[in-house]
Design a protein around this ligand. Structure first.
Ligand SMILES: Nc1ncnc2c1ncn2[C@@H]1O[C@H](COP(=O)(O)OP(=O)(O)OP(=O)(O)O)[C@@H](O)[C@H]1O
Length: 249
């Protein structure tokens, strides 16, 4: 499985956010997409999932250029993103049934997977009977995750998956993702939760000032573990002159 981005550019109101990015992703990898606030992580993911149109560039999935409605590619995608929240008027059960229908799962498969996923991520299965508009932030994230995973996507795109989850749920998600990864599956995670990224990611991408500032193995990013990941990111992104502290304190 291979996903290739060629010369991808995106500007907002003439201000470039992504400038001619070239990237290639293979199955079997968990990619940690890092960068400061506003560096373009969500923009890049949204271009990948066709939620926003890039100004220029091409995408290739398994050697074929993605054009038009990209339905075949979209069926391979699992997406967790705040910009695509679950339908608030639905109950959790309705939402999972809806996601199952979108992905053309038969009832038995959808019910079994929904039960297994909610059993894993939620303490109380009765939560499925509640309307999503009555869910907490963490519960919305969990039901969104369940909906994104039902059809066992081969490209899983997670924008800030850990934000809003309690520490128990985070550990469950980390364990789930480690189990989920296979040679024919790719997991792309944009996150500021560096410790969790460090536990999971095999490859680190750092976006900064419209460019990929680092693309390589986690071990190379952290100097074979001699630095924690937040130090490595700070050293890469913060210029020396900005590191001075307040002289008036
Ligand atoms: N719809 C939009 N219209 C105009 N500018 C936008 C729009 N969406 C994003 N931007 C701008 O594009 C830049 C990149 O935003 P983006 O959300 O991709 O960054 P990010 O790396 O995901 O940030 P964060 O870590 O804060 O979530 C920012 O300067 C942002 O203000």
């Amino acid at each position: 499985m291979e996903l290739v981005i060629k010369d991808l550019s995106k500007s907002y109101s003439g201000k470039p956010v992504l400038a001619s990015l070239n990237l290639s992703f293979q199955g079997g990898d968990i990619i940690g997409l890092l960068g400061k606030n506003g560096s373009g992580k969500t923009t890049l993911l949204n271009c990948l999932i066709d939620l926003i149109a890039p100004d220029a560039g091409q995408l290739f999935f398994n050697g074929e250029e993605l054009t038009g409605d990209r339905l075949v590619f979209k069926q391979t995608l699992g997406i967790l993103s705040d910009v695509i929240p679950p339908v608030p008027e639905f109950t959790g059960a309705d939402y999972l049934r809806f996601m199952g229908l979108i992905h053309r799962l038969d009832d038995a498969t959808c019910n079994r997977r929904s039960a297994d996923l909610t059993d894993f991520f939620f303490e109380d299965p009765d939560v499925l009977k509640k309307k999503i508009s009555h869910y907490s932030t963490g519960m919305i994230k969990k039901i969104s995750l369940c909906g994104a995973l039902l059809h066992t996507p081969s490209v899983l795109i997670l924008d800030e998956p850990f934000a809003g989850l309690d520490p128990i749920a985070v550990r469950q998600l980390l364990a789930f993702l480690q189990t989920y990864l296979r040679a024919d599956r790719l997991i792309l995670i944009a996150s500021h939760d560096l410790n969790y990224v460090e536990e999971l990611a095999s490859r680190i991408l750092v976006l900064d000032e419209t460019q990929i500032k680092f693309d390589g193995k986690l071990a190379d990013f952290t100097g074979q573990g001699t630095r924690i990941i937040s130090e490595a990111l700070f050293d890469l992104l913060v210029p020396k002159e900005k590191k001075s502290t307040f002289d008036w304190l």
